[in-house]
Design a protein around this ligand. Structure first.
Ligand SMILES: *Cc1c(COP(=O)(O)O)cnc(C)c1O
Length: 366
């Protein structure tokens, strides 16, 4: 059986270090907002090349807190619009609507499944305040074009980096490519905790301070609350685990690139459309997504050959019951992708032997 992502096997590589760090935290008697969280924040800032990292409870909270902080800073207000790709995970949109702003969906580019800069410009109105770029599947968006648009219309750029830890764009890491970036450390992400976790990265000092305060009940000093904040913090154990796993992130990304390269060079079934790649370092292959017009049949066929696959994502945001107010909108590229995409197994540990089995099975599909 080739599983989609074997988390048990992946984390057992680091078992000794993970056990050591949990023992250290247990014995410290200090479990939230302590030395591990501060150390991880510093190490992650160094890794991403930013001034500030604020650890939070999860990836959705990271994105939500960025928008909430811009509201508290007087930069966004309720009813404003934020542009985002229609084919992203629903969390990107929830972060916007939960703050009382309006998610404005735009089509991805059919070539790379990333937000299409041409489609962004068509949706800009007087209420548009930001573009949320999602480096979907681990590949950085076309930032040069997006920088020009953001500058021309005076928009903030918020990165959703939940799938792209470590990806580079012109030598700069994701997390440092916009005004602020939200990361998720959900266990299946390229940098995954052993529970929930998230972070905001930014070079904006006021934004960083506002998010830090908002995430701790709106409290700047104990029992003094300046905002109606929330409780969203990265705990010491998860921060400790993430410090261990951050040291191996680049190694895991290298393995993902080897697997992706093997798929790209060896899958040669004419029924399959392979992903394209702009520049090697700009993609960290969180997901390896192929397209096939008979996708459901292919998925069943692979399952019968003991190969697990997943679909990211089978139902687009505007077709979700939760967003019934968008049900009248049409996004033909997004809708087509939802019907045709399939994510193949890939991980920081997957062997070439398993990868070969996946390739053989796909090449024999007709
Ligand atoms: C996983 C994910 C999130 C949300 O992260 P959580 O930690 O699960 O809240 C947001 N955006 C994208 C694109 C994701 O893949």
């Amino acid at each position: 059986m080739i599983s989609f992502l074997d988390l048990k096997e992946l984390n057992s590589q680091y078992e000794k270090e993970l056990i050591d760090i949990s023992a250290r935290v247990i014995k410290s008697g200090w479990y939230i907002n302590g030395v591990e969280s501060r150390a991880f924040e510093e190490e992650f800032s160094d890794y991403c090349g930013v001034e500030y990292t604020i650890g939070v409870g999860n990836g959705l909270d990271a994105l939500k807190l960025i928008i909430r902080a811009y509201i508290e800073m007087g930069i966004f207000s309720k009813g404003d619009e934020v542009i985002l790709p229609a084919n992203t995970y629903i969390a990107s949109a929830l972060a916007i609507s939960e703050n009382g702003l309006k998610p404005i969906l735009v089509e991805p580019d059919i070539e790379n499944y990333l937000i299409d800069p041409k489609a962004i410009e068509r949706k800009i109105t007087e209420k548009t305040k930001a573009i949320m770029v999602v480096h979907l599947y681990g590949e950085i968006c076309n930032m040069d074009r997006i920088y020009k648009i953001a500058k021309e219309y005076n928009l903030k750029i918020i990165e959703d980096s939940a799938q792209s830890h470590g990806a580079l764009y012109n030598g700069k890491r994701c997390g440092s490519l916009g005004d602020a970036s939200g990361f998720s450390f959900y266990p299946t992400k390229n940098l995954g905790a052993l529970g929930d976790g998230g972070a905001v990265t930014t070079n904006d000092k006021e934004l960083a301070t506002t998010i830090r305060i908002l995430s701790n009940y709106g409290s700047s000093k104990k029992y003094k609350n300046i905002f109606k904040g929330v409780n969203s913090r990265l705990d010491e154990i998860q921060a400790g685990f993430l410090r261990v796993k951050l040291r191996y992130l680049d190694r895991e990304i290298r393995n993902r690139r080897i697997i992706a390269d093997y798929y790209l060079k060896n899958i040669n079934n004419k029924n399959i459309i392979l992903p394209t790649i702009r520049e090697e370092n700009s993609h960290v292959w969180h997901l390896f997504v192929i397209r096939c017009s008979r996708r459901d049949k292919l998925q069943k066929y692979l399952k019968a050959r003991a190969i697990d696959t997943l679909i990211h994502y089978p139902i687009a945001i505007h077709q979700q019951e939760a967003y019934r107010e968008l049900s009248g909108e049409r996004y033909p590229i997004t809708e087509e992708l939802a019907e045709e995409i399939l994510s193949l197994p890939i991980s920081g540990l997957q062997s070439l032997e398993d990868t070969k089995k996946v390739v053989e099975a796909i090449n024999e599909f007709n």
